[in-house]
Design a binder for this molecule. Sequence first.
Ligand code: GRF
Length: 181
Amino acid sequence: MSTITDTLRSNWAVMISGTGSNLSALLDLDPVLSVGLVISDKKNAYGLSRARRRGIPTYHFENNDWDDLQNQLKRYLIDYIFLAGFMKICPENFLKNWSGRIFNVHPSLLPTYPGLKSIERSFNDKAPMGVTIHEVTPAVDKGLILLQRKIVSTDTLESSEFQIHISEHRVVRRVFECYKK
Ligand code: GRF
């Protein structure tokens, strides 16, 4: 069983597919957080440039080669994984290696609006909106919830999206700051 101090000293991999603004929010926490590898399934993801600028090793995940990804995670001695806008579904075989050690940020108040287009769907339904950090399990967006934050509702989809992203950056930081205590 790991302690919070172990976790603080642990080596994290962050997995992305896009701009990596959540990755950036996490990297701003250095030296609290040790990110040893950034992984993207999109070769040109802007988040990879953010990582390289900070001298963090990157890995392009391709051809759904989950075995090679697992080898890379071993090679870089990764302890924990954070999915920050990673748009692929992790298979059960992969997840069994990371039980309780892989987390995701999702742009809705789970269990409502799991899956894709959560912001748009919750906005259109005039439902409460917010963000969730949860453990990743084979049942998509159904793992243990670690933290949630609601946003104040706004009149336009664009401003709701903006608020959600700001809120995501705060909660991803908050989760890691909790690990620090
Ligand atoms: C975030 O809204 C995340 O919740 C969703 O994808 C987006 C990624 O944004 N799954 P970024 O790449 O961190 O800027």
